[in-house]
Design a protein around this ligand. Sequence first.
Ligand code: 1GP
Length: 245
Amino acid sequence: MNQILSLLQSSAKAIAILIDPEKFVKADKLNFLQKLKIAKPDFLFIGGSTVTRKDFDACIEILKTNSTIPLVIFPGASHQIHEKADALLFLSLISGRNPDFLIGHHIQAADELENMDIEVIPTSYLLIDGGKKTSVEYVSQTTPIPNDQADIARKIALAGKLQGKKLTYLDCGSGAHQTVSTKMIQEVRSIGLPLIVGGGIKSIEKINELHAAGANVVVIGNKIEDDVDFLLDISNLQKEKYGTS
Ligand code: 1GP
């Protein structure tokens, strides 16, 4: 039952759209879902720093009813679990030293996850300075890694790999001014785990640049909340990659 991990491992130049349920429930869902169908991203990630269980569950139900794109939980807290999702990134915020985000939320979720038919993917999560204080930094009360310290990021990700993590996620946090640097992507990719990169990515040029540097999956959240038509640009990118069918 490692379908999503295999998909992530074999992904090159993949795109994930991040949906924050708190914002999604208030948005024009029909318009979003129509454009999502056209864009055909490789993954949908769902999660947020301050989401209620009610909004989270409602969002999963809507997405699973209206889309066949693999749905992956990117949880901000232990209650963001749902058996209709295809997988859950079991994130340890190993760039920080807050025990709640290293192991605390995981313990709270463990029994429920064990009894659920959902793929759980151990993931190293590293918060990188993106030029502004983001919700993740505030909520987790951890200090991000300086953006120019690629070697520190590599060492932390390597330690995560040796602990058994299957993926690395480098994140500048939602709405960051600056994205993860190409140098950091190259360094972290050298440890040999699939790499997800997110935070502050707002253009097709930037997506291409981060893919070329070695990111297996690039995550887009805020940009689509601000401009849903960006999904149409993503559609063109996906067509170039996979052909028009
Ligand atoms: C944040 O990686 C995600 O955790 C996405 O960031 O919302 O800035 O695209 P944006």
